[in-house]
Every structure is written in C-alpha cells, then in structure tokens.
Design a binder for this molecule. Structure first.
Ligand SMILES: [Zn+2]
Length: 139
C-alpha cells in the first residue's frame, strides 16, 4: 500500500525538528527526548533510535571547526590565554548545543526514509533455521 504522505527532504524536516513523514508535527518532547508519536499524522516514533550518533557527529564537526579556527586565530593574533578560553569554550559548548537537535532530527528522518532498523536473523526454510554456512562459528 502506497503512503499518502510524500517523502519530504530530510534536511528541511530536520532543520525545523519536525516529523519526517508529514513535516508538521513536532519530533521532540523536550530538548532531546523524542515524542511517542506525531501529533499531526500519528506516526509512531518507536522506530527512532539514533543512539549516540548525533553526539558523535556534532562533537566531531563542531570541534574540528572551532579548534581549527582557534588555532589559526592563536597563531595569527596571539591573544592572551584568558581570551582564548573565553572564546573557545563557549563556542564549543554553544555550537554543540545548537547543532544537537537538528542533527538528531536528521538522523531520525534518515532512519524513517531508509527504513533502517536493528539487524536481526532472517528465517530460512520451514523451520526458521539459517543454513549452517550463514551461522557464526561456535553455534
Ligand atoms: Zn507527522
């Protein structure tokens, strides 16, 4: 059965932290807590589990940009150490906090669009057993 909801851009849905299916209902119930379902279209968000992905991507991306900028600034202008701490630490913390929600919403939208889910054993044949050649060693 075809969905009545068009697939929307994952970027546009995530920038607004909205439902990946209808782009209307809010995705979060709090700062980073994903709501149970979409208030507009009723999409069950139980599939959404980006785990530590948003934190990893945000910390890596923001750190590279801020530390590279700090290094260039420190070499070129040679500011006092207190000024470096006063600029770099808030930039790291603020940049991470500003990017976490959209990146988490983007990963949830990508999970929805690509139907990504946790891996599980496929059933083979009538007994639901995987052939010996597909079983891990030691089974
Ligand atoms: Zn929705």
């Amino acid at each position: 059965m075809a969905s009545t909801h068009p697939i929307v851009s994952t970027i546009s849905a995530s920038m607004r932290c909205r439902c990946p299916r209808c782009r209307e209902g809010r995705l979060f119930n709090g700062f980073l807590t994903i709501d149970e379902r979409c208030e507009a279209c009723g999409l069950d968000y139980s599939f959404a589990d980006p785990a530590d992905g948003p934190a990893f991507f945000v910390m890596t991306g923001v750190s590279i940009i801020v530390i590279a900028s700090w290094a260039i600034w420190a070499v070129m202008a040679q500011p006092p150490v207190w000024a470096q701490f006063a600029v770099v630490m808030p930039a790291l913390i603020g940049g991470c906090l500003a990017c976490l929600r959209p990146v988490k919403a983007w990963l949830v939208a990508e999970q929805f669009v690509h139907k990504a889910e946790e891996g599980r054993w496929a059933s083979y044949g009538t007994h639901g057993q995987a052939p010996e050649r597909y079983k891990p060693r030691g089974w």
